[in-house]
Design a protein around this ligand. Structure first.
Ligand SMILES: NC(=O)c1ccc[n+]([C@@H]2O[C@H](COP(=O)([O-])OP(=O)(O)OC[C@H]3O[C@@H](n4cnc5c(N)ncnc54)[C@H](O)[C@@H]3O)[C@@H](O)[C@H]2O)c1
Length: 694
């Protein structure tokens, strides 16, 4: 074996040279790997005994992408382009043998090879778009030449990988191989040599791109099909343009176009935000005083108390992950109703072909309904999702304390109640924690894990780990009213109400947030969720929200009654309603408010600045570990557009001075303690710093 600059080993098996990349954990294409491949290739090409070359990876996967820690740093030679040139122009056939995942630059390496084989479980993808980028090392030019334009568009614009069978079907790989991968790669290379197969350079293939030439409708239709998912993002359109270049330009010019577009994306605010967010999400898993080696309780059985809106959805998460879950209710009727909703949910998914009938039965089979609370005695984790009333929660926890086995994690899904007060009714507050799911609980990825004053490290680590296991993105927060997400949302809600009373209309407020990148604004959201829910709660508490109350008194509960803040004509499209305008104008007059035109800019600032300010208070109060955790909460729980990073990242990007000055200015115009900048905001703005650079 020849020693090479670390990371890549060169070996020869008979007449086939083997380059093995070994850069754990995922064989990222760091500088050392590029250098090793480059030198190794040159040596193998120079080796008179070698007639073919195999590139294979050690460890659990093929090259799973670029080393994104190198982004933004000065480039170091050899570039990936140089390495790929060396591969493709090799006079000896080069075969990639893939296991695990060949992603991004990893897939581009295989596309420069003359042949590709893969293990049956291997996956192939170009996920750059998820970081706001495009495959910048020939991927947008070579992939359409081998799989065709439509399939290349699907892969590059979605960023989702495909499996080996699909890769074979589309010609992306030449064979699915079994057994030892290196041996299989070498055997394949042997065949190429003995059969004197040509050097198949993808850059020189033309038939598949030629087939799309003069057919702009292919691109027009594709653009339309992804318009909804890609709204506001910069990268998907640039990916499409790069593939267009593969069709209209010779390979070398296409590569240049790809590089230009890549450069634009790399320095774009959208990609910066998306790359920031990629790390933010990973960072959220780290808890300074709960190290990664903290013992966690293994969750073999779970239980959910309450089969209402949330309980049913929460139970589905466990069944989906293959974890048996008992669902306890007080009455048979409530149980049947709840489980009925769960079954219908699964059946709806099955009818779209995304689940087989067998899967539905299997998942339903993992859910055990009961009206006997004793049945949760052997659960390792119990999540309470009963009515949002403290006396009921306390009663349930006192019972759980008596019933559950020692060490079981007892979690509450409360949105507003004090987790410490709930924990205090048990003799084991160390085992109690909040697990705050978002509605619909089987869909929304965010999970706020709410750390009580006495929650033990094991309890915290277990809640975070099981959250990940059921496909959520858990973020640890502290106890306060509304926790992190809803506490900030409350600020935005208050301002949206005030804005319509001062002169804006729901459609103007909603449009600003929609254009900012949210899926919808607060009024359309209210109509979707049902205005009656809040109305009943307000009536119970003696609270008022004048416009919303007036709408509800008229039976306008939102989409379900065909009218709320908007009108609905048999579909979900909100249509502005002159009736609503009349009501709003009337309420303004009753309150003695002179309505005035409100600029779009003011609307956006008044909706978002107080949220950022609340985020600053949350950080001061140490209710979130770090500003990026707040961003993760807003992207996964509330539809904040990921290409704007999250509220704290966004505030940094516009400058905290602007946020502080805006707060002060709005405070001068209308009294309200909530306009006072948080001390942390004040300090950072004064120092010219940001939350994330503090
Ligand atoms: N709905 C949301 O959007 C949302 C979001 C996050 C958190 N939450 C929280 O989740 C919890 C449940 O909310 P929901 O919207 O599912 O309410 P829901 O009214 O739809 O369901 C509550 C269920 O609990 C059952 N229940 C009541 N007392 C019980 C008891 N002693 N034992 C067993 N079951 C009992 C009821 O029969 C009912 O089916 C609340 O704490 C709420 O604040 C709700």
């Amino acid at each position: 074996m020849t020693a090479l600059p670390e990371l890549v080993a060169l070996d020869r098996r008979g007449r086939v040279a083997v380059l093995t990349v070994n850069n754990p954990p995922v064989n990222a294409l760091s500088h050392g790997v590029r250098l090793g491949l480059h030198d190794g290739l040159r040596q193998a090409i120079a080796d008179g005994e070698a007639q073919a070359i195999v590139i294979v990876c050690a460890g659990r996967t093929f090259i799973a992408g670029a080393d994104i820690t190198e982004f933004g740093k000065p480039p170091r030679d050899p570039s990936l382009h140089e390495v790929l040139d060396t591969i493709e122009s090799s006079p000896k056939p080069v075969v990639a043998a893939v296991h695990g995942t060949a992603l991004g630059g990893g897939l581009e390496v295989t596309l420069a090879c003359h042949y590709r084989v893969g293990a049956a479980a291997a996956r192939f993808g170009l996920p750059e778009v998820k970081l706001g980028l495009l495959p910048g090392a020939g991927g947008t030019q070579r992939l359409p030449r081998v799989v065709g334009v439509e399939q290349a568009l699907r892969m590059i614009v979605s960023g989702d990988p495909i499996g080996a069978a699909e890769a074979l079907e589309h010609g992306l790989i030449d064979r699915i191989v079994e057994g030892d991968l290196t041996a299989a790669g070498v055997a394949f290379a042997e065949r190429v040599v003995s059969e004197r197969r040509p050097l198949r350079k993808l850059s020189e293939l033309t038939d598949k791109v030629a087939a799309a030439r003069g057919k702009p409708e292919i691109f027009a239709e594709f653009r339309q099909s992804v318009a909804r998912q890609t709204r506001g993002f910069r990268a998907p359109e640039r990916c499409i343009q790069a593939v267009e270049a593969a069709v209209t330009l010779p390979f070398a010019d296409g590569l240049r176009r790809e590089r230009e577009l890549f450069g634009e994306l790399l320095s774009s605010p959208e990609s910066r935000a998306q790359r920031y967010f990629f790390f933010a999400e990973r960072e959220a898993a780290k808890i300074p005083d709960v190290p990664a080696d903290t013992p966690v309780r293994e969750i073999r059985k779970a239980a959910v108390i309450g089969a209402g809106t949330m309980g049913g959805g929460i139970a589905m998460n466990f069944a989906n992950a293959g974890i048996p879950v008992t669902v306890a209710e007080v009455t048979r009727e409530a149980l049947d109703r709840g489980l009925g909703v769960v079954r219908r949910n699964y059946e709806a998914t099955a009818s779209k072909g995304r689940l087989t009938k067998d899967d539905v039965d299997k998942r339903m089979g993992l859910i055990t309904p009961t009206t006997d609370l004793q049945a949760v005695a052997d659960a390792d984790l119990v999540i309470e999702a009963v009515f949002e009333e403290m006396p009921i929660k306390k009663e349930v926890f006192a019972k759980l304390d008596a019933i559950c086995k020692p060490g079981a994690v007892l979690a509450t899904n409360t949105s507003t109640l004090d987790v410490n007060e709930i924990a205090a009714v048990t003799r084991r507050p160390e085992s109690v924690i909040g697990m705050h799911f978002f509605s619909p609980a089987n869909v929304m990825r965010l999970l706020e894990c709410v750390r009580g004053a006495k929650s033990s490290r094991t309890t915290i680590a277990t809640a975070m780990a099981v959250g990940r296991r059921i496909g959520k993105v858990p973020v640890l927060v502290g106890v306060c009213y509304g926790f992190v997400g809803n506490r900030m949302l409350h600020q935005r809600g208050r301002e949206s109400e005030r804005l319509i009373l001062e002169g804006a209309l729901p459609q103007q407020v909603d449009r600003m947030l929609y254009d900012f990148g949210f899926p919808m604004g607060p009024f359309a959201m209210g109509d979707l969720a049902g205005l009656d829910v809040g109305w009943r709660i307000r009536k119970g508490r003696g609270d008022k929200a004048l416009v919303a109350d007036r709408l509800c008194e008229l039976g306008r509960f939102g989409q379900k009654t065909g009218a709320g803040y908007y009108r609905y004509e048999g579909d979900r499209t909100p249509r502005p309603d002159p009736e609503v305008e009349k009501i709003i104008v009337g309420v303004s007059a009753e309150l003695g408010i002179t309505r005035r035109p409100i600029s779009d800019e003011e609307i956006l600032q008044r909706l978002l600045y107080p949220m950022v300010n609340e985020g600053a208070k949350i950080l001061e109060e140490k209710l979130a570990i770090r500003p990026s955790d707040i961003d993760v909460i807003w992207v996964y729980g509330y539809g904040w557009p990921v290409y704007r990073g999250g509220p704290m990242f966004w505030a940094d990007s516009i400058g905290l001075e602007a946020v502080r000055d805006g707060m002060l200015e709005f405070g001068r115009r209308a009294a309200g303690h909530f306009w006072r900048p948080a001390p942390l905001l004040e300090r950072l703005a004064g120092e010219g710093r940001g939350f994330l650079t503090a």
